[in-house]
Write a protein that binds this ligand. Structure first.
Ligand SMILES: *Cc1c(COP(=O)(O)O)cnc(C)c1O
Length: 242
């Protein structure tokens, strides 16, 4: 991978997102530095990722194990950590555990157990977030709320897992007031979960908000936002969904 010799056009995009994030933080009365930016790179080339890897990006977000492997092999991330944010199948767990700083999208007991076992095998502790199905959208992605508390208990007991917070993808709305309701609901769940978490000092991350909704998410307490198209532009059609 050729090193960028000067700030790329993507740095400008990142900077612009950062400014919007800071403005939202300010109007919520929060310090801008407390909010992290995860640049979502699904469907992007290693060159694109590498040339974006400048100031302002805290971590990269990958949706697919396959892309994580390719981008990792091609050294696309520079010195930035990578998070896994997509739907993770249990048969892909080996390709992800130990390779990413955080798995944000843990959405079932089966997946939690598979991650714990693989982390045990590698002799490591894997950091994770739980992904509740906020708004009970018709989605296979999040944990149904009825199963959320039992799963939190299991995460507490898993020896090779460090539970660090929640990630949410609320239903998409054109109207940001509606998104805000769901973000607020997620924040309340986050606060309740913190009190029931074994290692409360580690439970600090609330990942919510994407290109079209991160301002509303920050106003409701997000401290990690995931921005893809806002930095890299529209994805090819096939890459648009998770
Ligand atoms: C694609 C994706 C994003 C980013 O979406 P944009 O609208 O491109 O900003 C964020 N989170 C997850 C889980 C995603 O799959």
């Amino acid at each position: 991978m050729s090193r960028p010799t000067q700030p790329s056009a993507l740095w400008e995009k990142v900077h612009h997102s950062r400014e919007q994030m800071a403005a939202a933080a300010k109007s919520a009365g929060r310090p801008p530095e407390e909010i992290m930016l995860c640049a979502v790179v699904k469907g992007r080339t290693s060159q694109e990722i590498f040339s974006s890897a400048g100031p302002g990006i805290d971590c990269f977000g990958e949706n697919r194990a396959q892309e994580l492997m390719v981008h990792g092999r091609e050294d696309a991330y520079g010195d930035k950590p990578v998070h896994f944010i997509g739907h993770l199948q249990t048969n892909k767990v080996r390709q992800v555990v130990g390779k990413v700083a955080l798995i944000q999208s843990v959405n079932s007991l089966r997946l939690l157990s598979a991650i714990n076992m693989e982390a045990h095998r590698q002799g490591i502790i894997q950091n994770i977030l739980l992904e509740p199905n906020i708004g009970d959208v018709d989605s296979k992605m999040g944990i149904p709320l009825a199963e959320f508390w039992p799963l939190l208990e299991q995460a507490n007991q898993a020896e090779h897992i460090c539970l660090q917070g929640l990630m949410a993808i609320p239903p998409a709305f054109d109207n940001s007031d509606q998104s805000r309701r769901y973000f607020a609901q997620t924040r309340r769940l986050f606060e309740q979960a913190q009190t029931r978490c074994k290692a409360q000092v580690n439970f600090t991350i609330l990942s919510m908000g994407m290109s079209g909704s991160f301002i509303a998410a920050i106003l409701e307490g997000a401290n990690l936002v995931r921005i893809g198209t806002g930095i890299y532009g529209q994805r090819p059609e096939a890459q648009r969904t998770r």
